[in-house]
Design a protein around this ligand. Sequence first.
Ligand SMILES: [Zn+2]
Length: 344
Amino acid sequence: MLYFERLTNQGEEDKAEQEAGARGGHGGRGGARGGPARSLHRHRGEEEGFVRVAGDGAHPPQRRLLGPHHARPPQQAPRRRRRRGRRLDHVLLPPRICAGGFGGNVGHDPHVLYTLSAVQVLCLFDRLDVLDVDKVADYVARLQNEDGSFSGDIWGEVDTRFSYIALCTLSLLHRLHKIDMQKAVDFVVSCKNLDGGFGAMPGGESHAGQIFCCVGALAIAGSLHHIDRDLLGWWLCERQCKDGGLNGRPEKLADVCYSWWVLSSLIMIDRVHWIDKEKLTKFILNCQDKENGGISDRPDNAVDIYHTYFGVAGLSLMEYPGVKPMDPAYALPLDVVNRVFLRK
Ligand SMILES: [Zn+2]
């Protein structure tokens, strides 16, 4: 997990838990990285919120989340936290906790990008309960501007990516009512171009990544009627290159990541059948490192985690056998999204 910082030496209470964990067979992990531990200790002293990823004897560490909700008094801590043998060795720590948002790493400034990633990761682990949901939602909602747009952080950069991120985050947290939705929709619609696509700002060039953000935001807002589906569908299906891959803009090379940005948009506007799925599937599979695993942006390039995710996600959108279905608006597995909303 990219956004989790490994943690050891968490103070006396956790030391006791670690010793118990050592007896359970996980005591040898960690211990060498004191920096994050000091950071956590400092924040723990402030009794502010944080999230940890924990491992125990039954699950690999990265598979489980554990930790007190910062607003929860110690006596009401979840029973499982007190379980013997529990060892905490990862932490997801909002570096400027008072702001309510998350940064990319310990000590980084909060930004909506990382805040959505943190919320998505917690959704995957089914542990949204460890968040102070209103605090996180207020952080995002405060970034809405008078014209309905969203800034990415306190420095004020505006981009339709941040509109999507804000709506997606607030929707997953069941807090969409904290923003002016009409204005948010109006701003996204104001970024629509004559070619049917969307840009980062009003008048900005159409780009497949921005189109995903705008279509996703409108889907979450229940406002897809603002889209000219045939016109946008035409622009998107024109992204398929001779090699079967999809590019992000005209005259660009195909790149595996656009398998997600383009396909998800086409699904949301019900035009995915305009793509040659067989050719695209072959393109993605040709980008695999067949010896060491992973997927690259295009054949024979070095693999990375980013394109591996989008390659798998693209295959999922094309119903590739053995891959779980993904939700095209939330970029999460469908069963995770259903769990989040059915439990509302
Ligand atoms: Zn790419």
